[in-house]
Ligand binder design. Structure first.
Ligand SMILES: Cc1cc2nc3c(=O)[nH]c(=O)nc-3n(C[C@H](O)[C@H](O)[C@H](O)COP(=O)(O)OP(=O)(O)OC[C@H]3O[C@@H](n4cnc5c(N)ncnc54)[C@H](O)[C@@H]3O)c2cc1C
Length: 404
């Protein structure tokens, strides 16, 4: 007797519609313009303005705050499409998404009411800051600190590094040491919601004490700025401690690590997106370019490359969506998010390199899109935790789950 089965569908109707909309946006607005902004290393303002109109800054923010109220899985699908266009565009929304996640999960009602409506429209954009000049992977080693003053406000001092959207953002979620004696150190860390003037190198008035040095020059991931942030006597009111002063002091590390879990799904989706674009470019070029009397796609060695690329991308996509779905279901997904980030970022880089090889000498020319992808892809191996750090997370979790 035949068993009745449901038609296979990887996406819901809403997910299909929104993914198609973003894919079209990437094809029409991002891909044709990416080369220009990459070359100039300038902020893609017109593209970002259109993203605001499409509501892409509020995808995961609840409808009552003016967002779309969609889940992480749908967000990951959107990020894949944006990254297929250009990963710098997903970089503009990534830290913003992490900031909104922090507010939705840990923020007080006042903090949500104050920030989320403006963040849903993109009127203010958010940055997320853990790293420092001497500290990246080992977050517990941060030195920047905050001390409560007699007037009840907290004074922030220290230097932060590699802040994506560091200049254009209007709010930075920043991790500071608030108890230098804490043992272990992570228990003495707090997340401050620091407001600033977007695009101001030197903040004045109520935001005085926050300076943004010139943007860091990078090999790729251009267009979206990465900066240092210098907090020098910046005064933060206690109601801008994430979750409120009473509940939030000492919780910053745990809050930020929770947010990194969704951030990792996000970077994984970017790996899938850039890998997908590399595959598309390779499929096209290999059918156009001829060698030894036939299109190179007819040589089996090239077909094997295409086959491996497509297979790995699909595996990375499925793992990324699994991690997102687990998080949406309220389950702990640090193991899966770590696996997804590791596999998808490495896959993205591998596929870009294979596409580059398939392009032969032309892959080295700036006239071909693959040259930009080749400079962009390595970032994914580093941001939100390097591959080595993902392996540490995965290994630790495996041993916890299978303790004998
Ligand atoms: C373009 C860009 C944008 C970024 N944006 C942001 C941002 O918005 N906010 C933010 O806070 N940070 C950001 N970062 C920083 C990023 O998160 C860090 O660069 C990353 O976490 C690695 O830290 P690190 O560079 O200090 O390397 P390190 O921690 O110094 O590591 C150096 C090497 O040692 C390895 N290593 C370290 N510890 C171990 C270990 N225990 N075992 C084995 N190997 C180890 C690492 O894997 C790496 O290969 C950004 C970085 C870049 C490049």
């Amino acid at each position: 007797m035949a068993v009745e089965t449901a038609a296979y569908s990887e996406q819901t109707e809403i997910q299909r519609d929104i993914t198609e909309m973003v894919r079209q946006f990437a094809d029409e607005q991002i891909i044709p313009n990416a080369e220009h902004y990459d070359h100039e290393d300038s902020f893609p303002e017109p593209i970002v303005e259109q993203m605001k109109e499409l509501g892409l800054f509020g995808v995961t923010i609840p409808e009552r705050y003016g967002g779309m109220g969609l889940d992480l899985t749908t967000y990951a699908m959107i990020v894949e499409e944006l990254s297929r266009g250009w990963i710098s565009i997903s970089g503009v929304v990534n830290t913003h998404f992490i900031g909104s996640y922090l507010l939705m999960k840990f923020g007080t009602e006042e903090q949500k009411d104050h920030f989320l409506p403006k963040m849903a429209t993109g009127e203010i954009r958010a940055a997320f800051s853990l790293s420092e000049p001497e500290v990246g992977s080992d977050v517990q080693g941060i030195k920047s600190s905050a001390k409560k003053g007699e007037d009840g406000r907290w004074e922030l001092n220290g230097q932060k590094m590699w802040v994506t959207n560091g200049l254009g953002s209007g709010v930075v979620f920043v991790l500071m040491k608030t108890d230098p004696q804490a043992d272990p150190p992570y228990k003495g860390m707090t997340c401050f919601i620091t407001e600033k003037e977007p695009w101001a190198e030197t903040n004045t008035g109520e935001y005085e004490g926050l300076v943004v040095p010139p943007k860091i020059k990078k090999m790729g991931y251009k267009g979206v700025e990465s900066t240092e942030l210098v907090y020098d006597g910046y005064r933060c009111p206690p109601e801008r401690i994430l979750g409120g002063e009473e509940a939030g002091v000492g919780q910053g590390f745990v809050q930020m690590m929770d947010a990194l879990e969704v951030g990792r799904v996000n970077v994984a989706a970017r790996g899938v997106g850039i890998g997908q674009r590399a595959l598309e470019l390779a499929l096209r070029y290999s059918q156009e370019r001829k060698a030894f009397g036939k299109p190179i796609a007819q040589h089996q060695a090239i077909q094997f490359k295409l086959a491996d690329m497509a297979t790995k991308i699909e595996a990375a996509r499925l793992l990324t969506r699994k991690a997102a779905r687990m998080k949406d279901a309220g389950e702990r997904s640090d193991l899966e998010a770590g696996m997804a980030k590791l596999l998808a970022s490495e896959t993205g880089k591998e596929c870009v390199e294979e596409c580059f090889r398939i392009h032969g000498g032309y892959g080295y020319s700036k006239e071909y899109e693959i040259e930009r992808l080749y400079r962009d892809a390595p970032l994914l191996l580093i941001g939100e935790g390097t591959s080595e750090i993902q392996r540490m997370v995965i290994g630790k979790k495996l041993l916890q789950r299978h303790k004998i």
